[in-house]
Ligand binder design. Sequence first.
Ligand code: PBG
Length: 336
Amino acid sequence: MTAGPSVSPSYPTTRMRRNRASPWIRRLVAESRLSVDDLIWPVFVVEGTGARQPIPSMPGVDRLSTDLLSEEVAKARDLGIPAVAIFPYIEPSLKTPDGREAVNPNGLVCRAVRELKSSVPEIGVICDVALDEFNSDGHDGIVRDGIILNDETIEILCQQSVVQAEAGCDIIAPSDMMDGRIGAIRKALDDKGFQDVSIMSYAAKYASGYYGPFRDAVGSSGALTGDKKTYQMDTANTEEALREVAMDISEGADSVMVKPGLPYLDMVWRVKESFGVPTFVYNVSGEYAMLKAAAAQGWLDYDHVMMEALRSFKRAGADGILTYAACDAARILNDG
Ligand code: PBG
């Protein structure tokens, strides 16, 4: 860090407003920059053809069948967005206590990946690894007698990662918060010859209330009993998040994530400062919904506050941002 205000001579020698006086000087002195290159677009996929299902708690976000998904992802590519993250809405009839649909090589996620990799090969594809989208409990792991089992869950997560890699996924993104899953998944991928498939760890993931609309989107909110506090982090903690990140890096994570975003900017900053690894932040569904809801009331200007929020992640040191506003932001950035 360079020295702060203490080195400036005081007013009237120094007039801070000189560096703000016009658009061109503001551009020259801008300290951080948001670019289309920083954006990852999370998308929801559903069975069917020509299917587009709006998600009421996420205005402007739809679940899409794989054909429409390919069309929309092609538009995202044309906007310059580097990668998408796929999340499935699994038919309730396919959800079982063991979440076995998660390891189905012909399941919805794998079909979506194959279709995207053949129709829009230029864009990176990231897959979520966790069981909550596939099991009847809405938890990220296997539940027995009310306990979320760690090691049993990891075995399934390894299989899930391998089937996603076989389908052509570029980045495996475990969001489950089981202990030891990064090392186990790295080994499972390597054993099957997927040395080049990368792992983006949801390393510092908090037991947040901001995931509500996402759980509507993937259909897990009705199923979920209790909360996720035995595996996701206590929102009071910061040192613990650094230990989580350190462990995941030592187990082989190529990049790490802080989640949610806006309420955890301190962690984005500390993780980037402490480890210097590619650091991503997830601007989650509830953060998106808040801005949309206020904008719908006419209380906030959506484009303005959305861009301001995304810039805050760059200021905090994030290398990239998962955001439902990726396409909106890309359009604004491309229009200058
Ligand atoms: C699944 C997962 C969740 C999110 C991403 N992956 C939900 C959860 O942990 O309950 C939330 C994303 C969002 O709210 O936008 N493990």
